[in-house]
Each structure stands twice: as C-alpha cells, then as structure tokens.
Design a protein around this ligand. Structure first.
Ligand SMILES: C[S@@+](CC[C@H](N)C(=O)[O-])C[C@H]1O[C@@H](n2cnc3c(N)ncnc32)[C@H](O)[C@@H]1O
Length: 284
C-alpha cells in the first residue's frame, strides 16, 4: 500500500472516535511514525509504506480508537507557539489557557520594574511558566506542583526552551514552597466539580485526576490558593487564575472574601467565555 491509501484508511478508521478531525489526526499519526514534516508527507503520497511502519501506525490508531488523546500518543502539544513535551502525568495544555500567559506578559510589561518574580502554581507540563519566561527575558518564575511526575515533564520543557536558569521547580502544596513575595501569582488550578469528572469525555479520563479534581464544588483548590496568596502576594502585585465560565460569580465572591478592598476583574477568552479572575490593587 502507498502512503495515500494508508492515509485514507487510517482517516476512515479514526472517524469511529467521532472526532471531526479524524483525517488530520491520521496525518499527524502517520507523520509521527515516519518522522516526516507536512511538506514531505504530501510530496510522498504515492510512495510505498513498509510493513513495519504500517504495523506501528496500526498500533497508534488502535490507541486513538481507545480514545487516548492524540497528544499523549505523539508526546507533544503546541502551546503559545511553542512545542511542549506531554505525557499522561500532566494535563494537556489547553488553548484557552493562553489567556493567562497573555495577561501575565501585559501585566509585567506595564510595570516599571524589569525583573519580575512570578509564581506558576500547579505548573503541570510547565506550559505557563516556560511561555512566560520565554517572552519575558528578565522574569524569574517559580513553578510549583504537587506531582513529582509533572515536575519531571516541566523540567524537560524548561530545558528544551532554554529557560532552565530562570524557571525554578518546587514540589509542594500550592504556595507553601514560596518564602518571598512574588509580584504575580498565576495558576490554572484543578477546578472541575468532583461529581462531574466521570461525565467528561473519554479522552479526559486519561488525564491525571489531580489536575482536574476541584473537590465537591470545584473551588476547593482555588479557595486554598486565595487563602495562601493573601499572605504571600506583594502589595503591588496581581493574582490571576483560570476558572470555568460557570464559576465566574462564585469565584468572584470567593476572591472578594479574601481580598475585600481589591480590584477584581473577570477576563474572557477568545470564544467570549469568562475564563479567568484577576485580582489587583491590594490593601493588605
Ligand atoms: C489544570 S492542571 C494545569 C497544568 C498547567 N499549568 C496547564 O495550564 O496546562 C493543574 C495542576 O495543578 C497541580 N496541583 C493540583 N493540586 C495541587 C496543589 N495542592 N498544589 C500544587 N499543585 C497542585 C496538578 O498536579 C496539575 O499539574
């Protein structure tokens, strides 16, 4: 069989997952097996494919049919224009989280001080910490996670993007490892209500539960983050965290409890959904 035939057949098989991107996923898996770029893929469509490569592709297609996320199969995910290593030890970074990176970058650029100290709480793959460090060459980022396996992936990513010296990694519960006052605290915490976890699509069941489970009301980790931040954040700093749009009122009220005199804004993502809370102008 040639590459075009393999491509068509893998695309048809992958439609069984219900993915609207079945054909694109087939292309990604084939390029992953053959280690070729897009241009080579389309140039070589009439070339034969070896039995060995076909067997490897069948194996990956079967994993995808079992609803394993494509990014866990390829081990890569693009975020903020950068490639990140991912595995089932970390959440696959979502496009909507890029809002947090955009906001940290503009907050940092609007401040007179060049050297910014930033904390990324629940760093996972390091997507936020590394993207911020790459785009803010004077910033120092401490990236914290409760999971050592996640920190191992974040370590690979900070090295891959040349920010090893400015992204430090700590294992711990939320801000406990921080013994100084960061200017910006950013976090994409687990915020899914525990009772909703089993209802999520099969792909999400492969992601670490500790990355998703926000406790009975989805706000348990956010509550801890706000409580700990009130002692740690610099008085001229900012706290920024991701939410689900359904949580915007409850997360705003919770933020008001911990920071009664601060400015609290809700930020929308590109789809117009409420996606993050920003707390500034502290009266600590
Ligand atoms: C939703 S994931 C976010 C990962 C990454 N920042 C991103 O945006 O792709 C949440 C992360 O928080 C970590 N986490 C959960 N509870 C934590 C806690 N109490 N302290 C520190 N990290 C925690 C999880 O291990 C997971 O990596």
């Amino acid at each position: 069989m040639n590459l075009r035939e393999i491509f068509n057949s893998a695309g048809e098989t992958l439609m069984r997952t219900g993915s609207p991107d079945a054909q694109l996923e087939a292309e990604v898996l084939i390029r992953h097996v053959l280690r070729i770029d897009r241009a080579t893929f389309f140039r070589d469509l009439e070339q034969p494919v070896t039995d060995c490569d076909r067997e490897r592709l069948d194996d990956l297609v079967n994993r995808r049919l079992n609803r394993e996320p494509l990014n866990y199969i390829t081990g890569l995910r693009e975020f903020y224009g950068l490639d990140f290593e991912v595995s089932d030890s970390v959440l696959i970074p979502r496009q909507e989280t890029e809002l947090l990176v955009d906001t940290v970058i503009s907050l940092a650029r609007s401040r007179p001080k060049c050297e910014m100290k930033i904390c990324d709480i629940g760093t996972g793959s390091g997507a936020i910490a590394v993207s911020v460090a790459v785009n803010l060459p004077s910033a120092e980022v401490m990236a914290i996670d409760i999971s050592q396996r996640a920190l191992d992936i974040a370590d690979a990513n900070r090295r891959m993007h040349g920010v090893y010296n400015r992204v430090s990694l700590r294992r711990g519960n939320l801000l406990e490892p921080v013994d100084w006052k960061p200017e910006i605290i950013v976090s994409n915490p687990p915020y899914i209500r525990r009772s909703d976890l089993s209802l999520l699509q099969p792909e999400i069941q492969y992601e670490p539960r500790v990355a998703l489970d926000g406790g009975p009301d989805g706000l348990e980790v956010i509550r801890g983050l706000l409580r700990q931040s009130s002692d740690k954040v610099s008085s001229t700093g900012a706290i920024l965290f991701e939410i689900d749009s359904s949580q915007k009122d409850s997360a705003r009220m919770l933020s008001r409890e911990y920071f009664p005199n601060s400015e609290i804004s809700i930020l929308d993502d590109l789809s117009g959904n409420s996606r993050a809370i920003l707390i500034e102008k502290f009266d600590l």
